[in-house]
Design a protein around this ligand. Structure first.
Ligand SMILES: Cc1cc2nc3c(=O)[nH]c(=O)nc-3n(C[C@H](O)[C@H](O)[C@H](O)COP(=O)(O)OP(=O)(O)OC[C@H]3O[C@@H](n4cnc5c(N)ncnc54)[C@H](O)[C@@H]3O)c2cc1C
Ligand code: SF4
Length: 564
């Protein structure tokens, strides 16, 4: 029976199967935003690749529903412990579980990081510089914007100004509020993207029909996820994705090189997949957890952890939501949540009294999420909650997306508690520091001013966080970081980490596009290095050169693109 990926696309079958006893070239752990790109690129280049995914291989027609309550299985809901002065909400607020990972439930906002994000320490004296520049990543941003593809304004004025391959979406009710409020206050804003949602048909994917279920996976197939953008090509090119396979430990040979991954299937049976190299792509919490759980002789503090930084410098973005009630109908569900923003406050402004900045973006909670926000924002409960929900269609919500700096005490460690597989779970500690608190206060007040300026009759706000990254940071100093600029661990030459966990800082742009661009670049590096990855310890840090020929089909446009 066909395996559906949206109403028009089916998975090429049958999928190639590798034997566990055959040492494949690459074993990838996690098929999310980064893992989906890696398996596609490496399979296309002719490598033998097995990707282990803890969750299911979604059939979008059978498994997904356009309903908030019925979509909770998209998230990583396994036990995790949270703590610190500002404990992070986990579960639905962070990673996905299943092929596509977090790209299945992301809102698909797809802005680039700014050039300054790569030089935070040099420019502002805080955080740390990346071991690479924006200009190294720029060609990959441009390529990924075409591959997934991104719709947005013809001119995006912030950071490195650029256009987008697909035209902008029409303005929804919340976008109109954001643009109106910003315009009244003289703040520049853009509408219609940048968002990885189709504004015109693209290959075998239809355009958006504006029904607002983006965070529930998008059964329509208009919103990009690696499940529908890259995984089909990975399978067609001979890659294997093994679903319901939870990696429990990376195995090390006596010569200090990895030789495979131990994993547990859905029946609880343990397996071992032999591999000549391993790439961990399990997300900001699960990647450090797997390295820590892989401690072994010679790596007592965790695999690849001679620096002691595995798990440290975890970051979340400030994600305060400001809600405004209007007399007129807004209907915040009737558009993709992600469709208008301002990055006017992105860069450091010394007059504000803190370093770095924030973005202001539309958000579009469906009723259950909105009700939860109203509990937090105004203590709505009982009859009060019913009264608020009767006005659901009159509320608009905009979010602050603020840069929280990398701090050593914000970290992932192993807890005593164990999960259903008997593996120690992650304990996440999160504390706000002085700069973070000042930034959040300023950003929250600006977003409230925008809401009032747009004509709201009532304005409330909820403090929350979004988008976890860091924990396995990349850097040029092996004593302060875990991986180099291509994701290669400093301690184990054939072990790589490539996902959001390697980000040294996070800017105030949503991280998904950057994570995917980094994955495409790491894949190009691995392909260029060829067999040397499997036997040589030499660290070649020259840029690989971009491989345009490895893009999935339809990258060169079909449908209704704007820029040729
Ligand atoms: C509600 C919501 C909305 C968001 N909206 C946006 C947005 O608009 N724009 C944006 O840029 N970002 C957004 N994000 C963030 C974005 O989804 C993540 O930053 C991104 O998906 C992280 O990519 P990743 O590759 O690091 O991890 P993931 O995409 O989470 O992939 C990790 C994968 O690894 C698997 N895995 C983990 N551990 C193991 C193991 N031990 N064995 C086997 N498999 C394993 C997981 O099941 C998962 O599939 C949003 C996030 C949330 C929660
Ligand atoms: S609004 Fe568009 S992208 Fe979002 S779920 Fe609906 S069709 Fe998909």
């Amino acid at each position: 029976m066909a395996h559906h990926l949206g109403p028009m696309q089916t998975l090429p079958s049958p999928m190639r199967r590798f034997s566990e006893n055959e040492a494949v070239d690459y074993c990838i752990v996690g098929v999310g935003s980064a893992g989906g790109i890696l398996v596609q690129r490496l399979a296309r280049a002719g490598f033998r690749v097995v990707a282990l995914e803890a969750g299911p291989f979604w059939d979008t027609e059978k498994d997904w529903v356009s309903d908030e309550k019925g979509s909770h299985e998209l998230y990583w809901n396994d036990l995790r412990i949270t703590g610190g002065t500002h404990p992070l909400a986990l579960g639905a607020n962070n990673s996905g579980k299943g092929v596509g990972g977090g790209s299945v439930h992301w809102a698909a906002f797809a802005p680039r990081f700014h050039p300054s994000d790569f030089r935070v320490h040099s420019e502002d004296g805080v955080g740390v510089d990346w071991p690479m520049s924006y200009w190294d990543l720029k060609p990959y941003y441009e390529l990924l914007e075409r591959e997934i593809p991104v719709a947005g304004p013809a001119w995006f004025p912030w950071g490195d100004p650029h256009g987008h391959p697909y035209g902008p979406h029409p303005l929804g009710g919340v976008g109109a509020v954001l643009v109106r409020g910003c315009t009244k206050l003289g703040i520049r804003s853009v509408a219609g993207g940048p968002v990885a949602i189709l504004s015109a048909s693209h290959g075998d994917r239809p355009h958006c029909i504006y029904r607002g279920f983006c965070l529930q996976g998008c059964k329509v197939g208009a919103k990009a996820s690696t499940l529908i953008t890259h995984v089909p090509d990975a399978i067609a090119r001979g890659g294997e994705i093994r679903a319901h396979s939870m990696a429990s430990r990376i195995s090390l040979r006596e010569d200090g090189r990895v030789n495979g991954v131990v994993y547990i299937d859905r029946e609880g049976k343990e397996h071992f997949q032999k591999a000549r190299a391993v790439i961990v792509a399990g997300y900001a919490i699960e990647s450090p957890r797997l390295l820590l759980n892989s401690a072994c002789p010679g790596h007592r503090r965790g695999l690849a952890n001679s620096s002691g930084t595995v798990g440290k410098y975890l970051m979340a973005q400030a994600g305060n939501v400001v809600a405004g009630r209007f007399e007129e109908l807004i209907r915040l569900y009737k558009a993709p949540p992600a469709h208008a923003l301002s990055e006017e406050f992105y860069e450091t402004d010394s007059r504000r009294g803190f370093a770095r900045g924030f973005a202001v973006q539309t958000v579009g909670p469906l009723p259950v999420a909105f009700a939860k926000q109203m509990v937090a924002a105004m203590g709505a409960w009982g009859w009060g909650m019913r009264r608020v929900m009767m006005d659901y269609n009159h509320w608009a919500t905009i979010g602050v997306l603020g840069e929280i700096l990398p701090w050593e005490d914000n970290r992932v460690e192993l807890a005593e508690e164990k999960d259903q597989h008997g593996l120690q779970v992650a304990k996440v500690t999160f504390n706000l520091h002085d700069n973070d608190k000042k930034l959040i206060e300023f950003g929250k007040n600006r977003a409230m001013e925008i809401m009032w300026a747009a004509g709201a009759k009532q304005v409330v706000q909820e403090s929350r966080f979004a988008h976890l990254v860091g924990g396995v940071r990349m850097g040029s100093d092996p004593s302060l970081s875990v991986v180099d600029k291509f994701g290669r661990t400093y301690d184990v030459p054939n072990l790589f980490v490539c996902d959001g966990s390697i980000l040294p800082t996070q800017g105030s742009a949503n991280p998904g596009l950057t994570i995917q661009a980094l994955a495409a670049r790491t894949a190009d590096y691995l392909i260029k290095q060829g067999d040397a990855i499997f036997h040589s310890n030499r660290r070649d840090l020259t840029e690989p050169g971009i491989r345009y020929d490895l893009s999935p089909p339809y990258t060169r446009f079909k449908g209704n693109p704007r820029i040729a």
